[in-house]
Design a binder for this molecule. Structure first.
Ligand code: WTA
Length: 641
């Protein structure tokens, strides 16, 4: 498939960018012509950021799975859609061609139908990184059910909250998942999440680890049995079919929960057509995808990066997407390089935290690995430091692969700011330039737009792009308050940013109370709520601090009034509590016990001071005269871990 909308030179980028600003509707209509629609749109764009109301391609009818699978069958039926690399390198690799992906997705859509799932129903997916996870997602999309994937590191409590928020009646899970040296008992976590739940009617369980699981009659069914039965229904005379549900452009495709500055994660909702166009357009342009290339995105499908750049982006472009079950350091720190060598990977897309952790092992794990297939490298998820950028460029890319630093968010659906591989220049630590359709602005605290170059401020976007979130599930007002009310008529990203003399953007990190730990977004309020659930905890305050590998670590100040003198045991109990409430990913790295927190006279915790102390800055704490009890600061400084 030729990509008429792939920009191939700096000049073409300038041209495309200009057109996308001057005539956004014409620009995106031309891009959208490249997809398969049952009916084309009546109107390209209808929007305001006050409600907000954002509609792209309204009136159009389509199914995203026909764009990701069916339309490739005529020419690429035997091309691998997914190459799956297991956690254990001795286990067999699986290759799923577009023809077999089509069959499995049809089969699973039939399974969902047989189990009573209908268009619009929410299906929660809690699985490890196995191809069946992709079948589950695409099976939902095929029948028009709304998938809500939950990362395997979240606790039963987190799942229970999300099930309730999404009013989900169906779950797809695995008995367990392999990750490095661990077996994670997913079904058992689901069982805990379902204690007291009255809405979930069906749990479909795929066998991966053959961990013993409880199976409740009338509720739990095995994936394998269901698939076998469905096969007889979808296949007639060797022809496989399951009619794709005709969706409205603005029907929801999925919900993905993400942390914000309040205690409760919000369900970001993306709709079918705009998300599809955006995931595809950004994949084809940022990575400069060429037919036949093998794309390896190391993210987990539990996060947005996996949704957009393992599943929907690559598959909609007819690419081969490599899906890896395990972790970069198992069985050793050469695993990524083994995979690149074994599968002749062309595009490698990973996170700065992974690069930093591998850097720590030096270059020995790279020795003897043939990385010559690599053509393009990418990073995502957090700011990349100069050292990691160069290490990646020199040791992995051997200085001949363009490195794309891609900035975006769960809410944006796909990449918004990035250089285009080999087409527009890179600049270490800079995401560089906005993609066509993206109009970034920097604003000061008062919301005034900061013009010119060599400036910094809060990053906002002033015009909708097709992949922007549409709402937060079940609570549109929350969406408005979170993203569209801080600055009038602007989408607020929550990120701080600077713009250099040439107009390149560099994202400097969150300006709200959200941490980015190993590329995972975690709200400080969420962690505080979890810590406060521990019986001995009176109050807590959580801030981030620079961490060599994770980017940011979690630093908790805790007022404790309970049993157990032994501080290390107390810390372990608190960490355990957080793991129970949120998941192991949110465990604090450091817990300092204090007798008071710096508060203003009105009772507000002055996090600025706590952040500075956690960062190791003790001399220049700024104005502390407004504190109720300035003495508490001394104590905290002296007790710093
Ligand atoms: C951060 C992940 C700097 C940023 C796709 C954003 C980045 C948050 C970059 C979104 C980057 C993501 N440079 N910071 N290239 N990419 N971020 O929703 O703070 O998990 O707001 O989406 O990650 O995280 P999320």
């Amino acid at each position: 498939m030729p990509y008429s909308y792939q920009v191939r030179s700096s000049e073409q980028y300038q041209e495309a960018y200009k057109k996308s600003v001057v005539d956004p509707e014409g620009f995106w209509a031309a891009v959208a012509e490249n997809f398969y629609w049952h009916k084309k749109w009546d109107k390209v764009l209808d929007w305001n950021f006050t409600e907000p109301k954002i509609e792209w391609f309204s009136g159009a009818r389509l199914n995203i799975t026909e764009n990701c699978i069916d339309r490739h069958l005529a020419t690429m039926a035997d091309q691998p859609a997914i190459i799956w690399e297991p956690n254990n390198p001795d286990e067999r690799t699986r290759t799923v061609t577009y023809a077999s992906l089509h069959k499995r997705v049809c089969q699973f859509a039939q399974v969902l139908k047989n189990n009573g799932v209908k268009k619009g129903d929410r299906v929660c997916i809690y699985m490890g990184m196995v191809p069946e996870l992709a079948y589950a997602i695409l099976g939902c999309a095929r029948i028009g059910a709304v998938h809500s994937v939950i990362f395997g590191g979240f606790s039963a409590q987190s799942i229970a909250d999300r099930l309730e928020d999404a009013k989900a009646e169906f779950i797809v899970t695995c008995d367990g998942a392999y990750r490095g040296g661990k077996d994670i008992p997913l079904k058992s976590v689901i069982d805990d999440a379902l204690i007291g739940n009255k809405t979930v009617k069906r749990v479909i369980v795929y066998t991966r680890t053959r961990t013993p699981v409880s199976m409740i009659k009338g509720r739990d069914v095995w994936w394998e049995d269901e698939m076998e039965f469905a096969e007889t229904q979808i296949e007639k005379d060797g022809v496989v079919s399951f009619p794709a549900e005709e969706m409205d452009a603005e029907d929801p495709l999925f919900i993905l929960y993400t942390s914000g500055s309040t205690g409760k994660p919000k369900g970001v909702v993306h709709s079918v057509a705009g998300y599809m166009v955006w995931a595809n357009y950004t994949f084809v342009n940022v990575f400069q995808y060429r037919q036949g290339q093998i794309h390896f995105c190391t993210a987990d499908i539990g996060w947005i990066t996996g949704h957009s750049y393992i599943v929907y982006g690559p598959l909609s472009a007819g690419a081969t997407s490599l899906m890896f079950e395990g972790v970069p350091t198992y069985p050793d720190a050469g695993r990524f390089w083994d995979i690149v060598d074994k599968h002749k990977v062309n595009i490698l897309y990973t996170a700065p935290t992974a690069i930093r952790s591998l850097m720590g092992f030096g270059t020995a794990p790279l020795a003897g690995k043939d990385l010559s297939s690599l053509q393009i490298l990418g990073t995502v998820g957090e700011p990349i430091n100069e050292e990691a950028w160069h290490w990646y460029d020199e040791n992995v890319g051997k200085k001949k692969c363009p490195v794309v630093d891609t900035w975006w968010q769960t809410e944006t659906g796909g990449i918004l700011i990035s250089n285009l591989a080999g087409v527009t220049p890179s600049k270490p630590t800079y995401a560089t330039l906005p993609l066509p359709g993206v109009q970034p602005v920097l604003v000061d605290e008062n919301g005034a737009i900061i013009e010119g170059n060599n400036v910094s401020g809060n990053l906002c976007i002033k015009f909708p792009w097709p992949g922007i979130l549409r709402t937060t599930y079940g609570d549109h007002e929350r969406c408005r308050l979170n993203y569209f009310s801080t600055y009038k008529n602007l989408y607020f990203t929550g990120d701080g940013c600077l713009r250099d003399e040439a107009g390149n953007y560099r994202i400097t990190g969150r300006v709200d109370d959200v941490l980015n730990v190993s590329g995972h977004r975690i709200g400080t309020a969420e962690v505080e709520n979890a810590i406060n659930m521990h019986t001995g905890v009176v109050e807590s305050a959580v801030v981030g601090y620079p961490h060599d590998i994770k980017g940011q670590g979690i630093y908790a100040y805790v007022i404790y009034n309970g049993h157990h003198e032994d501080e290390s045991l107390r810390r372990a109990d608190i960490a355990q509590t957080v793991a129970r409430v949120i998941g192991a990913i949110a465990k604090p790295d450091k817990i300092q016990f204090v007798t008071g927190l710096p508060k203003t006279r009105s009772g507000k915790i002055m996090r600025r001071i706590l952040r500075k102390i956690a960062e190791g800055e003790t001399a220049n704490l700024g104005d502390t005269t407004t504190l109720l009890d300035p003495g508490v600061v001394e104590e905290i400084k002296n007790g710093k871990l």
